[in-house]
Design a protein around this ligand. Structure first.
Ligand SMILES: [Zn+2]
Length: 388
């Protein structure tokens, strides 16, 4: 039987515990304080607690809290970090939960600290002795930046369970697919020289012109050969987002750099795309004498797809009345899938409110979430879902 604080008190406590994750070290706050808060409540509720520090980072950790035993079971998963906030653009203190009667404002209310409190609320009256399958609450680090928390789980092959629900804000509509994300930098190195004599140099900027042409025709091919109508944008996208080269009009451009963002559909492998990119860029530069280096700007997030006939997907559909769909944002789902879990993304709040000033969650999303989680726990862990 749980002895955790009242629901709004838990949400308020989580919002008041800053856990901004950022690639900018000046903004990075770590998530350990949130992990400790959750660990205390979960321990009081009878869970076995495992805190998994991330290597080399004392202030960041994952939390795996387990109730019951066995090899199957259900994971309720959420990330504990938030994005940074725009100082001055908020009308409220982002770290003080503000209840207006129909909305709760605060950094992380939708994305996605409320979910962990709602999961705790859903197990308030749960009798651990009734569990046929374990229930695992998983709280991760660094989802908003490097996915280092999720990657550490895969490295250590923890936790092991059969099904997972990630409570990212989907407005309580189940999601079984998202695109992946690649962000790559292409750096071309030619030779600078005086503009008056082209023989003096080798223009990286002109070589980039060929690379751009190649990339745009590659995009056409990718979009002609890959389509998934469940997505609002049904084809893979390739955005040329940043370019910089040269300095002066009277100098031959010695180096030029392009950053691109590629969003593959499920079934498109990140490494294969990287190999193909390299191959096409080198092809475009043949005989130019310009050298290329290609680097990933971050690890990348694989696309994810859980089949429509997966049991957790069907359960989510039955309980919500919505056909599981696709979203445009990346999540930790591909990592949980890699751990062998059938994963569905389903949580309260709206992604439109995430990463925005005055982030909020609607109060009328809270009770339905608790009911939904209770039904899921009941079906998977108590009625012994995989034997049904
Ligand atoms: Zn999120």
């Amino acid at each position: 039987m749980s002895r955790s604080p009242a629901l709004l008190e838990m949400i308020s406590g989580l919002i008041a515990t800053p856990s901004v994750s950022s690639v900018n070290p000046a903004l990075e706050q770590g998530n350990l304080a949130v992990i400790e808060l959750l660990a205390n409540w979960l321990e009081d509720s009878g869970f076995d607690i495992e805190i998994m520090p991330l290597p080399g980072t004392p202030a960041r950790a994952n939390l795996i809290a387990t109730l019951g035993r066995g090899s199957g079971g259900l994971v309720l998963s959420g990330h504990t970090d938030t994005v940074p906030y725009d100082e001055g653009k908020w009308h409220y203190d982002p770290f003080r939960l503000r209840n207006t009667g129909n909305r709760l404002y605060g950094l992380g209310t939708s994305d996605m600290k409320s979910f962990m409190a709602l999961a705790l609320e859903a197990i308030r009256d749960l009798d651990a002795d009734h569990l046929q399958q374990p229930l695992i609450l998983l709280a991760t680090a660094d989802e908003e930046t490097s996915m280092a928390g999720a990657r550490a789980l895969v490295e250590r092959q923890r936790p092991q369970a059969r099904y997972a629900v990630i409570g990212e804000p989907t407005g309580l509509r189940p999601v079984r697919m998202h695109k992946g994300i690649l962000m790559e930098a292409i750096r071309l190195c030619g030779k600078s020289g005086h503009s008056s004599d082209p023989a003096q140099g080798n223009s990286a900027l002109e070589a980039m012109h060929s690379v751009l042409g190649t990339l745009i025709s590659w995009r056409k091919e990718l979009q002609a050969t890959h389509r998934n109508s469940l997505f609002a944008v049904p084809v893979p996208t390739l955005n040329l987002g940043h370019i910089h080269g040269g300095d002066n009009p009277n100098r031959i451009c010695g180096s030029c750099e392009l950053h691109l963002d590629l969003r593959p559909l499920p079934g498109m492998d990140l490494q294969e795309l990287r190999d193909e990119l390299r191959h096409r860029v080198l092809d475009a530069l043949q005989d130019t004498g310009v050298e290329a280096s290609i680097e990933s700007l971050f690890e990348g997030i694989p696309a994810m797809e859980t089949p429509a006939n997966a049991r957790i997907v069907q359960l989510a559909e039955k309980l919500t009345g919505h056909t599981p769909g696709a979203v445009a944002f990346g999540t930790e789902a591909p990592y949980l899938s890699r751990l062998g879990m059938e994963t569905v993304i389903l949580g309260p709040g709206d992604i439109a409110q995430a990463h925005q000033p005055d982030e909020y969650i609607r109060l009328d999303q809270l009770a339905p979430t608790v009911d939904l989680l209770k039904s899921m726990i009941d079906t998977v862990c108590i009625k012994d879902f995989h034997l049904l």
